[in-house]
Design a protein around this ligand. Sequence first.
Ligand code: FPP
Length: 263
Amino acid sequence: MLKPSNRTEARLLEQLDLERLPRHVAIIMDGNGRWAGRRHLPRVAGHRAGVQAARRIIESSARLGIEALTLYAFSVENWRRPHAEVDFLMRLLREYLHKELPVIHKNNIRLIVIGRGSQLPTEVRHDLDEAMKLTGANTGMKLVVALNYGGRAELVDAFNAILRSAEQSGGPLPTVDEQMISDHLYTAGLPDPDLLVRTSGEMRVSNFLLWQIAYAEIYVTETLWPDFQVASLIEALIEFQKRERRYGGLGPGRRSSKGQAAS
Ligand code: FPP
């Protein structure tokens, strides 16, 4: 249960229907660099503030009862950033794990990391593996951290995994269907995101969960990630609840007399 920590949160929580929360929220955390730039601080200061935002959103999502939260922490394209910044982000991640893992575990949160893990620095991989082992049996919120993640890379890996298992089985090539692809993605077993949040106003999906967001509601806010508060999360959830989800069909009370497909 999320207890409001100020009047804004209390007012917003009153508008939120806890019975109709999205099962899976995915977030593109953008704007750390701009946040720092506006304060004449180095970019890394923005990333530090970004970690604080991640902490509060993880904790409040778990308290709200959200089943899965996926955070886009490092993309396959992010290696193109200056070496010092990449290095800092990797160190920051390890620091975050050392500090926060006990809290994550105590809150019954299960950590899942998705992406091409084999290309991460050995010590980062080691810490992530330990954290996933420690929290593997937790039954609360699934915290999915996308690291060295790319949506196209994920699809490539899924198709290759399908081909490999077909080869190993020695039988005829299988007929691929949607379920088979979903089952070979890094996110196999997780519900698809119902809500995709992007901070800092950019209208792009940036190679994030390309297959899984097919029917997600997209919520873009101008707020920069380090400024994203618990109240900002509740606002996104309220907006989600106002949307009518049709999955390409006809919504309630909107039957077409000619039986045409809805847009
Ligand atoms: C975007 O800001 C953010 C990232 C590159 C990801 C880094 C995320 C964090 C440090 C949050 C921590 C997450 C966890 C799971 C502990 P940007 O640098 O692209 O901002 P800009 O577009 O304003 O330059």
